[in-house]
Design a binder for this molecule. Structure first.
Ligand SMILES: Cc1cc2nc3c(=O)[nH]c(=O)nc-3n(C[C@H](O)[C@H](O)[C@H](O)COP(=O)(O)O)c2cc1C
Length: 327
């Protein structure tokens, strides 16, 4: 067992989190993560309406009696979803942990805290982590440049970002972005984090509700095969490198505007990738950690393997190195 301030505060067995994932963070995966003793988050906005989110939370409850949470991602949008209604559903559902991401968690905190909900805020800079800590969140997930999804615009990788954040953060903090195995977990702990958050690794598990072809594409890909789209628009997203993402990068780098890529980046096309299994059908999210992923295990096998290998690294490999030095 690896016990940290994170496992104690959030009431989970292992210091491992499955962060929100659009189209992927559904009940089957989240329940498997919970049953493995880690912390999974249902992705609120994957559900088309707040009522569907209520059903998805109920479905997850049928699959596990362990704690799980809900991710609420608040990103700039032309037609914003009804965030207040999604938030109300989370509160009414009795879920006790929320992952916020995308923007300032401040407006949501009073309602979550009044309902006894702990808030884990995911952000990509030390200054945003400090701000969230000052606002009163219960934990920080600090997301490095390696990550799938939105790495922000500062481009600081985990090796520096995690210890830089640890110097300023006194509440439980987990490290996110680029983690896929026990070596990463131990490294994160050594850098000052209390655990890790993973997206890409959990995508590539038996219970992940995406097409087998996409899981196999992740196993086949290496760490160089991602693209950063929307850089010139300062809304960077790391996605799989494919014909569509490369075209988007090309159009925007030649001065194109959002309108010029709107059809290419449509969420519906990305969803098709996961449903039909054609990796070139649209934009889909994946991180550089795909270069470390070589299999498609069950969630339970992956989590138990990670924890036991991490214990071996800490208890045997690192100890033998200190003994060798001290001889
Ligand atoms: C398919 C996919 C979809 C994602 N969607 C979201 C999302 O909707 N909200 C969010 O906060 N993070 C989202 N993320 C980011 C993950 O929660 C996590 O922070 C990230 O994957 C960590 O990097 P890693 O993939 O290297 O582990 C997504 C990641 C993936 C792989």
């Amino acid at each position: 067992m690896i016990s940290t301030a994170f496992t104690e505060t959030f009431g989970v067995r292992h210091p491992i989190v499955q962060g929100g994932m659009q189209w992927v963070g559904r009940a089957e995966l989240v329940a498997a993560v919970a049953n493995a003793g880690a912390l999974g988050f249902i992705t609120a906005l994957t559900q088309p309406t707040p009522a569907d989110l209520a059903n998805e939370i109920a479905r997850c409850r049928d699959l596990t009696d362990q704690p799980f949470g809900v991710n609420l991602t608040i990103l700039p949008s032309i037609t914003p979803p009804p965030y207040d209604e999604y938030r109300q559903v989370i509160v009414d559902s009795g879920v006790k942990i929320v992952e916020t991401a995308g923007s300032n968690p401040g407006p949501h905190l009073p309602m979550f805290h009044d309902a006894g909900i702990k808030v884990l805020h995911k952000c990509t800079t030390v200054r945003h982590a400090v701000k969230a800590q000052d606002l009163g969140v219960d934990g920080i997930s600090i997301d490095g440049f390696e990550c799938a999804g939105h790495p922000g615009e500062d481009d600081v990788a985990g090796l520096v970002l995690i210890p830089a954040a640890a110097e300023k953060i006194s509440i439980p903090m987990i490290a996110s972005g680029g983690f896929a195995d026990a070596r990463g977990l131990v490294a994160a702990l050594a850098l000052g984090a209390d655990g890790i958050n993973m997206g890409t690794r959990f995508m590539c598990t038996v219970e992940s509700p995406i097409h087998q072809n996409i899981k196999e594409a992740i196993v086949a890909a290496d760490e160089t095969q991602t693209e950063l789209i929307f850089r010139p628009l300062r809304n960077t997203a790391r996605v799989a490198s494919n014909t569509v993402s490369r075209e988007v990068v090309d159009i925007l780098s030649r001065g194109g505007q959002f309108e010029d890529v709107r059809e290419l980046v449509a969420g519906a096309r990305g969803r098709t990738v996961y449903e039909k299994g054609d990796p070139d059908a649209g934009i889909w999210t994946v991180g550089t950690s795909q270069g470390l992923i070589h299999d498609i295990p069950t969630v339970d096998d992956m989590v138990q393997r990670m924890v036991s290998e991490a214990e071996d690294i800490i208890g045997a490999r690192l100890r033998s190195m200190t003994e060798r030095v001290s001889v």
